[in-house]
Design a protein around this ligand. Structure first.
Ligand code: DGJ
Length: 726
């Protein structure tokens, strides 16, 4: 049993393969007691801990001064009841105040995970267990469920909360966090990944926790390029292979708030969930609102182990079944032609993809409605007959006759004002009465909280894609939400637009996966603007960034892998421009993830095409390591002049080293001369299938000399080794 409760000590214990999480039921409250290594753990209870009176802390019972909500490490915290730290839950009740204080009622331990549909969450296997605790607040008359789901083998525990209104009147949920964790001590650093469009997750920040609130948030209606919801809290000295690290993330794609706060008792409160300014929810009598699922993991051996826990969890419990298939090497039309596509160009493009050994051609933006530039047509999901004279199906059949599969671009959540859809339904966009409807990339956001909009999209896609053999969809989303309101919602419900928007998006994703079960979906939001676990739940991979320059990609891809595996990281080689060194660099950077191409292969000279044929063939000899292997980082481009890592699967190891010019290094530059493959089998010998050398496992474990790189004038060059046991 990975979840237990013992009456004798009132302790809930959640165990994973290597970790233990424990909390105590005392005073009707859930008090955190332990999160760390399983082996040798001793968990204290209130019987072992001497409470001390802390001045200025409120006591619900002045005769019991050992217990104040303000000083206990809590599993969840409530606004206004004497805990002055950041609260996990705030509910405005029928009296108009927002104070709550929930007390334990009962709990259940059951197999499987929690059904929060249409909110996605980790997929259960036969070992998954969930602890469901019911609490009640007598004044607001609401019920709170705290869920803990244990994914034993991945060392992941997920958390979330749901509130049900039993009061007979409306209440307003003003903050609803998925996770609250009070960690003992305050000597921690917090690692977060900020960025912007074309520089996603490259602002790699490591900040010491301090007395005060450290928050990362998105108010954009999307997890965003600007701030990823991943967060690690680690011991000050922790590094890649050493030290305590706690990792957190959300299975969610909308606005969020993650926060850490140290306070007087010398502990750190960590929270993640729906606390941003973009969330309030009027909860009607009998209604339930769910926070998204948060995931957490503990590693006693640094950031590397944390990342491997996350990668394993994503590969086993997040991505859809479809993602387990071998991924196609695609040729995408966007950077080749932008909007200038038509049937003949695309058929020639497909033939060129086949000629280069690729598996699939993707027709990106520009195939529908009046979409010949980015100012018109979004929302009109019917094929442009000027460009595809006989319609989609005959065209796709011509593509397939060249020997490749076919993928197509859609952006379901958006509309151009210059479109038939907007002219017919101007009230179907996210907007606020009497306010300007701001444009971004000449488009507005469809009101995905409105069921009529979802129905329209389903009908359009059903009609347009009926009988068209599509193997892949690229689902894009190219602006954030301003004026967050809905003409379809009552005034009291306007604050929930961003939340309801995401539920609408998830329900459409769910429909897509059922309607087109043979197609894989690649997610995109102007590159990696929704690079999050909820998008990964529906889509096999994510377009990592619109920036396909190798030098920036080194950084984007390195930090993306702190929280997400290579199997979801879509990486294209673009515009080789006749320079074989540049083509080699782009390729070796791109094979950090799932390889594809994106340039006009029709006007490319034969030498480049020949090189691409060689690359695709070579990639096919080791792509299983990237998609399914275990990832080990060796050198960070934020600390050294290298980005170096390896993937290991069974008897094979793919080792990669990219030399940079060091401009991303934060602080003092470290020098790396050897690459240490510490998980090589010391009893075996390996042959490098790319370079031809032979190495003993001991040699790989001791570290191989990197040697000289063939550097270009910018200081960049790259090397690959593919070791296979002899
Ligand atoms: C943004 C995406 O990131 C690009 O790859 C491309 O699909 C364009 N949108 C098309 O408009």
């Amino acid at each position: 049993m990975s979840v237990t409760f013992h009456k004798q000590d009132s302790l809930f214990r959640l165990t994973t393969k290597n970790t233990l999480y424990a909390f105590e039921l005392t005073h009707g409250t859930l008090v955190h007691r332990y999160y760390g290594k399983k082996r040798g753990a001793t968990v204290p209870t209130s019987a072992d801990i001497k409470g001390r009176v802390v001045s200025f802390s409120p006591y619900r019972d002045e005769n019991d001064k050992a217990f104040s909500l303000d000083t206990q490490p809590l599993e969840y915290s409530y606004y206004g009841s004497g805990d002055f730290r950041p609260t996990a839950l705030r509910i405005r009740n029928r009296h108009g105040d927002s104070v709550t204080c929930f007390e334990y009622v009962s709990h259940k331990i059951r197999r499987g995970a929690v059904d929060r549909a249409p909110l996605p969450s980790g997929r259960a296997d036969e070992k998954t267990q969930t602890l469901d605790i019911t609490l009640r607040d007598l004044v607001s008359d609401c019920e709170l469920h705290l869920y803990y789901t244990v994914f034993y083998d991945c060392d992941i525990i997920t958390r979330s909360a749901a509130v049900t209104n039993r009061s007979g009147a409306d209440v307003v949920v003003e903050k609803l966090m998925s996770l609250c964790l009070d960690l003992a001590g305050e000597d921690y650093d917090v690692i977060t990944l900020g960025g912007r469009h074309c520089r996603e997750r490259t602002v790699y920040q490591r900040t010491p926790l301090f007395r005060g609130n450290l928050a990362i948030t998105s108010r954009r209606g999307a997890t965003s390029h600007q701030m990823n919801p991943f967060m690690a809290v680690c011991a000050r000295g922790a590094d890649e292979n050493r030290g305590d690290v706690y990792g957190f993330n959300l299975v969610w794609s909308g606005s969020f708030l993650n926060e850490c706060e140290c306070e007087q008792t010398g502990s750190a409160r960590i929270q993640a969930g729906l606390g941003s300014e973009s969330f309030t929810y009027r909860l009607r009598d009998g209604e339930t609102v769910h926070a998204p699922e948060a995931i957490m993991t503990y590693s006693p051996t640094g950031l590397g182990t944390m990342s491997r826990h996350f990668h394993d969890f994503v590969n086993r419990h997040i991505v859809p079944e479809k993602a387990k298939e071998r991924r196609p090497v695609v040729l995408n039309s966007w950077e080749a032609f932008y909007f200038n596509i038509n049937e003949d160009i695309m058929v020639d493009f497909a033939a060129a993809a086949a000629d280069c050994g690729m598996d699939m051609v993707i027709m990106d933006d520009g195939w529908f409605g009046a979409r010949v530039h980015d100012r018109a047509g979004l929302g009109d999901w019917f094929v442009n007959r000027d460009r595809f004279r006989d319609g989609l199906r005959p065209f796709v059949e011509r593509v397939k006759a060249t020997g490749v599969k076919f993928g197509i671009w859609v952006e379901p959540e958006m509309v151009n004002p210059d479109s038939d859809l907007y002219r017919a339904h101007p009230d179907w966009v996210v907007s606020c009465r009497e306010r300007t409807r701001s444009l971004s990339r000449s488009q507005m956001v469809l009101d995905m909280s409105n069921p009529a909009v979802i129905d329209y999209l389903k009908a359009s896609f059903t009609e347009t894609f009926r009988d068209v053999p599509i193997d892949y969809f690229k689902w894009d989303m190219n602006r954030h939400i301003s004026e967050p309101g809905s003409p379809n919602l009552a005034p009291e419900d306007q604050g929930s637009l961003s939340y309801r928007y995401m539920l609408g998006v998830y329900s459409l994703f769910d429909w897509f996966t059922k309607q087109f079960p043979h197609a894989m979906i690649e997610n995109c939001s102007g590159g990696g603007g929704r690079y999050d676990l909820a998008m990964m739940y529906y889509t096999s991979q994510i377009w990592t960034s619109d920036n396909t320059g190798a030098r920036d990609r080194v950084l984007i891809q390195y930090s993306s892998q702190l929280a997400y595996p290579a199997s979801v990281m879509s990486c294209h080689v673009s515009n080789p421009k006749g320079d074989l060194h540049e083509l080699d660099l782009k390729y070796k950077v791109a094979v950090g993830g799932i390889l594809g191409y994106e340039f006009n292969v029709l006007n490319t000279d034969e030498a480049i095409k020949e090189e691409i044929r060689r690359q695709v063939a070579q990639y096919r000899t080791f792509d299983h390591l990237i998609q399914n292997g275990t990832h080990y980082r060796l050198a960070s481009p934020y600390e050294t002049e290298l980005s170096a890592y390896y993937y290991q699967l069974g008897d094979e190891i793919l080792l990669s080293a990219i030399h940079t010019n060091g401009s991303a290094v934060i602080g003092k530059k470290k020098t790396v001369t050897k690459l240490t493959v510490r998980t090589a089998d010391k009893h075996a010998s390996y042959r490098d299938l790319l370079g031809g050398g032979t190495y003993t496992g001991e040699q790989l474990r001791a570290g191989i000399e990197i040697g000289a790189f063939d550097l270009d004038e910018t200081g960049y060059g790259a090397k690959l080794w593919h070791f296979c046991k002899l």
